[in-house]
Write a protein that binds this ligand. Structure first.
Ligand code: LMR
Length: 336
């Protein structure tokens, strides 16, 4: 009798302890990224965290680490593979080290003229099949989040092709971007995003390329006297997670996270253009950077100068993929 009461108490105590532990220990998702909180990616990550808290009623907690506070570019990829962080949204230009070369297609200069063309790819079957290619590498691709179209900046006006010659330009770690910069006669230098401001300030590099939201939120406009609105390439993100972690989640939780991701993606892609437009207005207002809008003829000249990059990389990326994107977007190399 005594023994029975004792074991009942034990069961009760254990149950309580377990119950408390469950309530007190939510599943933690560390979401690390390298740009500021006030960018399209930073805002979408915060929104995702909020939605997850609501949908799972606190069972899952997403901790967002903005602005390289947890990991820098290269480290964050390694951390994801090791399971030290559960979610990232690196720029598509940084996917090559994951072992899927096809993502380099997003770096081809002028491959998308606007968000509509881009979405035909990222929100259609091509985008989905690219994300699927990550799975054998232990990565689950959840969504594409937009940022925007890149512009060149430097401390000298960038009006004509000749203006680019000899400039040292910071790039993300991408062979396609390296070739793009060389095609302009510049000297590319790979550098983590967190180091760009200082490198521009101290003259380690002369210029860079980025959507304006990144330029402005890192205060790069304070150390770049000229900005040329070239919109010559796209910069956006793949939201990724560790596949083992994802597959190990309870099915109902995974469903809630997927729902939150769908809503956060719609939000990210809705605000991206606005955020970049607002950032451009703020750069103009600051009076620190002279903003130049190239004429159609200038842009055409830039396009022609950069098209050889497509020819060099099409076969190593995947000729069929490149052609299928041209078909989706209406890109016609014969009309350059
Ligand atoms: C860069 O390194 O320039 C970008 O990838 C930063 C980002 O995540 O937008």
């Amino acid at each position: 009798m005594k023994l029975k009461r004792y074991s009942t108490l034990m069961v009760l105590a254990l149950g309580l302890a377990f119950g408390t532990a469950q309530a007190a220990d939510p599943i933690i998702i560390k979401f690390s990224h390298v740009v500021a909180a006030g960018t399209p990616k930073g805002k979408a990550a915060d929104y995702f965290a909020k939605l997850v808290g609501e949908k799972t009623q606190g069972r899952v907690k997403v901790e967002v680490y903005h602005n390289s506070t947890l990991y820098k570019d290269k480290e964050e990829m390694e951390a994801l593979q090791m399971g030290a962080v559960q979610m990232l949204a690196p720029s598509l230009s940084k996917f090559r080290p994951l072992g899927v070369k096809e993502f380099e297609v997003f770096d081809l200069p002028f491959i998308f003229d606007d968000y509509t063309e881009l979405h035909r790819v990222t929100q259609g079957p091509i985008g989905k099949s690219l994300l699927n290619k990550l799975e054998p590498k232990g990565i689950k691709g959840l969504a594409y989040w937009d940022n925007g179209f890149k512009s060149f900046s430097a401390n000298r006006p960038l009006h004509e092709l000749a203006d680019y010659k000899g400039l040292k330009m910071r790039i993300q770690s991408s062979k396609v971007l390296d070739a793009q910069m060389r095609a302009l006669g510049t000297i590319p230098q790979v550098m983590a995003f967190s180091e760009v401001y200082q490198a521009l300030q101290t003259g380690v590099v002369d210029g860079t390329e980025n959507p304006i939201s990144n330029l402005y939120t890192q205060k790069m406009h304070e150390v770049q006297k000229h900005l040329s609105l070239t919109n010559h390439g796209y910069l956006g993100y793949g939201v990724i997670t560790n596949k083992k972690f994802w597959d190990g989640l309870p099915a109902d939780v995974r469903g809630q996270l997927e729902g939150a991701m769908t809503e956060a993606t719609a939000y990210a892609n809705k605000i991206a253009k606005e955020e970049n437009d607002d950032a451009l207005a703020a750069v103009r207002k600051s009076g620190k950077t002279r903003v130049y809008t190239p004429s159609n003829a200038d842009r055409q000249e830039l396009k022609r100068a950069l098209f050889p990059v497509h020819k060099v990389f099409a076969s190593s990326i995947d000729e069929t993929l490149v052609q299928s994107i041209y078909k989706e977007t209406g890109f016609d190399p014969n009309k350059l």
